[in-house]
Design a binder for this molecule. Structure first.
Ligand code: COA
Length: 330
């Protein structure tokens, strides 16, 4: 049997503070009815000023290590759009705070596809023999880059973190990551962008340039197209017929996107897991947070065929197929 990557632990964390649609409607020109009907989102968790991405990452990482019943890894990969500082990366500090010692630790940036890029990176370390065990975390304090008065983005995004432990193992073992597909199109970089604060435009030229801007319509259309295409690519690599997928855990951006992807793959809506109603779009945290939620709700059983897919800023996208492991906690 070949050296495969096995998912052996899962954990998540969200800040306590809840921001409901009604609370948003009280401070901007929007309504619960508009947000629910256009996105499916009812509320989201938001960080208070004393909480940073690294804090959520440490909490989710600790849960994942406990779930895997391990206290050491060889590497920490943190997918985030909202690092604690522009420099250095947040992963080394997360590794140190988790008591993991002087292990390899680095951040991955692919916005809402970040967790899938992180999974591929962690799995690559394992299959290359560079690491035997990797902690992959997706964590965001995404609301810190959102203009609180912008009705086109403020209702969409929330904060949170999720994490998994990956280990080298037998490819026949439950929990194996079976296939990956990743892609990007830099010509679409303008669709999701913070105009100022980087090396290209160091200082804001217009008010609000330090916040994320999103062109919702084209993002929606590209998200559906690329998530379907990427999902088909991994299904082809695995040889799984689409109807054999037990659960589609897509990036939690918009329930209409998730159902459109399910429709085009020929999956009933019941197979598309949805928890964005309570958390909104948590970018790189969204898929591991959804996995932990699905596991807690009994929607994932050992041996289930699980399809993950995401689309995000860059533009970036990806899909991963895995067989669900037997986990004792999450
Ligand atoms: N409340 C009320 N009205 C709003 C609103 C809000 N929060 N936000 C926008 N509107 C208005 C617009 O001004 C527009 O009004 P107009 O017709 O008078 O010009 C109207 O609603 C429609 O706006 P539009 O942007 O075309 O709506 P939409 O149906 O595309 O929905 C999104 C907007 C953002 C919900 C949708 O485009 C979307 O979900 N896109 C993908 C976002 C995403 O998933 N991003 C992350 C992917 S990584």
């Amino acid at each position: 049997m070949g050296r495969a990557t096995i998912l052996t632990g899962l954990g998540a964390a969200v800040p306590e503070s809840v921001l409901t649609n009604e609370m948003l409607a009280a401070r901007m020109d929007t309504s619960d009815e508009w947000i629910v009907s256009r996105t499916g989102i009812r509320e989201r968790r938001v960080v208070t000023p004393d909480i940073a991405t690294g804090d959520l990452a440490v909490q989710a990482g600790a849960h994942a290590l406990k779930s895997a019943e391990v206290d050491a890894v060889d590497a920490v990969v943190l997918a985030t759009t909202t690092p604690d500082h522009r420099c250095p990366a947040t992963a080394p500090s997360v590794a140190a705070r988790l008591g993991l010692g002087r292990v390899a630790a680095y951040d991955v940036g692919a916005v809402c596809s970040g967790f899938l890029y992180g999974l591929a990176s962690g799995s690559g370390l394992v299959s290359a023999g560079i690491a035997d065990r990797v902690l992959v975390i997706g964590a965001e304090a995404f609301t810190t880059i959102i203009d609180p008065g912008d009705r086109t983005t403020a209702p969409i995004f929330g904060d949170g973190a999720g994490a998994v432990v990956l280990e080298a193992g037998d490819e026949a073992r439950r929990g194996a990551l079976v296939a990956f597909d990743l892609g990007s199109d830099g010509d679409l970089a303008d669709l999701i962008m913070i105009p100022a604060g980087g090396s290209r435009r160091r200082v804001a030229r217009a008010p609000g340039d330090e916040f994320m801007k999103m062109q919702g319509r084209p993002v929606f259309m590209n998200a559906v197209t690329r998530m379907v295409e990427s999902s088909r690519n991994v299904l082809e690599k695995t040889g799984w017929p689409p109807e054999s997928v037990d659960l589609l855990v897509g990036h939690q951006a918009n329930v209409r996107i998730l159902y459109a992807v399910a429709d085009q793959l020929g999956l009933p809506h019941e197979k598309a897991f949805v928890n964005l109603d309570r958390y909104g779009n948590t970018a790189a945290a969204s898929i591991p947070l959804a996995l932990a939620d699905a596991a807690q709700r009994g929607r994932l059983c050992a041996g289930d065929r699980v399809l993950l897919t995401a689309f995000g800023g860059g533009a970036t996208w990806g899909a991963v197929a895995l067989e669900w492991p037997r986990l004792t906690s999450y």
